[in-house]
Design a protein around this ligand. Structure first.
Ligand code: IPM
Ligand code: MG
Length: 357
């Protein structure tokens, strides 16, 4: 089969890790007899440098014209002085919204080989964990009304959290559908003891849960969820939550897997076109040094094959190659335990995975 992929390499380690994922995708295509074409577009700080804005219209058009999108990371200290609406991060929100990608899947599972890299005690990890965080991605406080106004103590800045039943239902359905293919448990996370938007969220999720009798449904306040994730992560299967809570909880979930350098994500909407990216940032401190862990981006490429192209066997092949390489003891610096020897570079790790493929 033939597929066109838009590449948004972005800033910092973005170009290195996207190149790694492309190399793995090329190898997969060759092995299974497919053809992938790759077209790069500017996003983030590099787009500001070239065009003055973080999300040029050609980038949006290019993504809309392709079958799927692979993204590295955006941002860095160089662009910290940009005004709020011209920051590299704004491009990420812009492209998610322009492509209608309201569902963000962030799987956080513990690789047995990386058990010792997890900061959690052995008895807390227990049999391990495999969590799918389903984060709402195009609504909530990230997109609500904002600005400055005169407040009780003088000038104040404000952002607003708002959710409609339609937005809650469609992310809820994505979570329940995902749970049907997994262990059939959904935990919805909110702050319904304080926020009106969370109360509507909870009521809507409860109603929706009635349509999925096979799925065991529960809800939890976000502060408790943050605690439960480090107390007993094995209790979770699918977590569904708002844009901001999902942002925070997915970073926490990534840490307990051992490294944020391992976690992939898929952003999906109503069509098969999705955007796939590691959940970590642009890591400007190690950019250009060939030290980054490419696995999160490589696994994002695997998610693209599975969710956008329907190529599950190919996705499985990439995921199992990653498993094999980790089980054989190969590590990048971020997942290096105290006894693990010399770390591999980004390109060396990529080559190891390609060799196994
Ligand atoms: C993420 C990131 C982004 C987000 C930032 C860079 C805008 O933290 O994808 O988790 O908050 O969504
Ligand atoms: Mg984040």
């Amino acid at each position: 089969m033939e597929f066109s992929i838009a590449l948004l390499k972005g800033d910092g380690i973005g170009p290195e890790i996207v190149d790694s994922a492309v190399a793995v995708l090329e190898k997969t295509a060759a092995k299974f007899g497919h053809r992938f074409s790759f077209t790069p577009y500017l996003i983030g700080g590099c787009a500001i440098d070239e065009t003055g804005i973080p999300l040029p219209p050609e980038t949006i058009e290019g993504c809309l014209a392709s079958d799927s999108v692979l993204l590295g990371a955006v941002g860095g200290p160089k662009w910290d002085d940009q005004p709020g609406n011209n920051r590299p991060e704004k491009a990420l929100l812009g492209i998610r919204s322009a492509l209608g990608l309201y569902t963000n899947l962030r799987p956080a599972k513990l690789y047995p080989a990386l058990r010792s890299a997890s900061p959690l005690k052995d008895e807390v990890i227990g049999k391990g964990f495999d969590i799918m965080i389903v984060r709402e991605l195009t609504g909530g406080i990230y997109f609500g009304d904002r600005g400055y106004r005169e407040g009780r103590y003088g000038q104040e800045a404000f952002d607003t959290e708002a959710y409609s039943v339609t937005e809650i239902e469609r992310i809820g359905r994505a979570a329940f559908e995902s749970a049907m293919k997994r262990s059939r448990r959904v935990c919805s996370i909110d702050k319904a003891n304080v926020l009106e938007s969370s109360r509507l969220w909870r009521k809507t999720m409860h109603e929706l849960s009635g349509k999925y009798p096979e799925v065991q449904y529960s809800d939890m306040f976000v502060d408790n969820a943050a605690m439960q994730l480090v107390r007993d992560p094995g209790q979770f299967d699918v977590i569904v939550t708002s844009n901001m809570f999902g942002d925070i909880l997915s970073d926490e979930a990534s840490q307990i897997t051992g490294s944020i350098g391992m976690l992939a994500s898929a952003s999906l909407g109503e069509t098969t076109r999705g955007m796939y990216e590691p959940i970590h940032g642009s890591a400007p401190d190690i950019a250009g040094q060939n030290k980054a862990n490419p696995i999160a981006t490589i696994l994002s490429g695997a998610m693209m094959l599975r969710y956008s192209f329907g190529l599950s066997a190919e996705a499985d092949a990439i995921e199992s190659a990653v498993d094999t390489v980790l089980s054989a003891g190969w590590r990048t610096a971020d997942i290096l335990g105290s006894t693990d020897g010399t770390p591999l570079t980004c390109t060396e790790m990529t080559e190891k995975i390609i060799e196994v493929l």
